[in-house]
Design a binder for this molecule. Sequence first.
Ligand SMILES: Nc1ncnc2c1ncn2[C@@H]1O[C@H](COP(=O)(O)OP(=O)(O)OP(=O)(O)O)[C@@H](O)[C@H]1O
Length: 573
Amino acid sequence: MRTLLGYAKSHWIALTVGLVIALASAAANLAQPLATKTVVDALADGSSLARPVLILAILVVVGSLLAGVYTFLLDRTAEKVVFSVRKQLIGRLLRLRIPELDRSAPGDLTARVTSDSTLLQSATTQALISIVKGAAGGVGAVIVMFALDARLSGLTLGALALVGIVIGVLLPKIRRVITRAQEAVGEVGAGLDRALGAARTVKASGAEAREEAAVTEAAHKAMEAGFAGAKYNALVGGIMNLAFSVPFLLVLGAGGAWAATGSLELSTLIAFLLTVFYMTEPLSELVQGFSTLQQGLGAVKRIHGVEELAIETDVDDTVEPVGGTAPGIAVHSVRFQYAGRSAALDGVSFEAPAGGRTAIVGPSGAGKTTLFALLQRFYEPESGLITVDGTDIAKMPRAEVRRRIGYVEQDAPALSGTLESNLRYAAPDATDDDLTEVLQATRLMDLVERLPDGLNTMVGTRGVALSGGERQRLAIARALLRRPQVLLMDEATSQLDARNEVALREAVDQAAERCTVLLIAHRLSTVVSADQIVVLERGRVVATGTHDQLLEASPLYRELAASQLLVPEAVEQ
Ligand SMILES: Nc1ncnc2c1ncn2[C@@H]1O[C@H](COP(=O)(O)OP(=O)(O)OP(=O)(O)O)[C@@H](O)[C@H]1O
């Protein structure tokens, strides 16, 4: 509830104005029975009708006009509340820490921004106003009733109290089913995201029907929660109906009898019946308000869940190249483990000399990519530290750490959009000359010239409209365009043909004059010329040295080299 009020808080002026207009509209409505009584009385004693009828007409028109105005004002405010909640959610989701992202399903997170926040729309404005207005209208109606006749008022309130108790029991149940329904909608999103994200694997495995069944199951859960919600809503609706009919009939019966015996004026009975009739509006509003509020609270739980996920606060959108000279990097006894796993890095230490090329090799799962992730502070080491030119990166803002680095990911994903937007992604301010230079260095110029739309060609979702090798070259070009101090390349040339690989090695060698390069490679041919090679095995450094030194000193390296026929004599050893 506090969270919900927090969302509404910054719009309190609009809400207060809305409330005042709503109350004025309610007062105009509530005054109508009294005005009607004066009309009936005027009719009875034959006095002039003009004034009472005019007042009644004004009340009717003003009441309706004000109702229109406050509804519009509230709807507008509701949209603003939803917008500000969405804005905040979007900002948080894009800054979530990687470990939080590892744990979450993107589709479910998306559903919180799209569908859950919609439920807040009415809860933060309409519901709050309805409750205040309904309560005020109800109290006003009760005062009018008692002013008219105490006996009839007692009858009416007795009947209403029973209804209130039943509804009080039903409302919290609505909240629970709404949370359940929204969770199921989140599961639908997560399931679809999973299947569409791996559409080719799904099709190749003939798994369409299985995926369909899993996602449909989640949709089914949403429907069942919706059924439960419909049941409670119907109950509330039915009870509300009773709440109006029963007092109305009671008043009509008892009031009719009293009027017949002369203990009640006919005009009072009419005015009272009208009051009961007008009271239906604030009362339905009160119940509707509470019911909407419960729905909103159901959504708030899931939205608030995002607010509890850890985000990176030290990132900004500075994109200027850092410049400066290539730094030396030192990794000191770094230990790291993923949640619930054994150590991925277990006391890793080595130094990458400034401006040099350091290759990281080792069997699959040795922890090479994890090391790169730590270098960029995607994760924090459990112990040990990583320094850049002697400064602990844990003490630098993440933005600064990452600004110094050009990163080429293992599977080199591209973002949907044009080729150019992908190239300039890490360096939007790069000049056209810089762009041409990296396109030539990464041998992408041929591709650009071949494509009918050149740099404006769309690359498709995750870059599907490019070949694997083209995507890799694009990723390298993007990283180089950033003019980083440090270049991290994870298997960056695994999908390139021999000609392109040689060309790229030249480009990297050229870049290495300006920056410190760390590269992960399975293909040892790409690392033979590195200044230093670090051999990782099961999270530990088992050897460091040049290619020739390692052939001598490291059995694991010799084995890796031999299996790639780089050193046939090693096989014989
Ligand atoms: N996000 C993650 N959550 C949990 N465990 C992970 C995660 N990423 C990697 N691992 C595990 O950590 C270990 C090291 O993985 P890493 O990706 O660093 O290996 P690698 O040396 O780069 O392997 P490859 O050469 O196959 O890419 C592996 O056992 C892997 O299963």
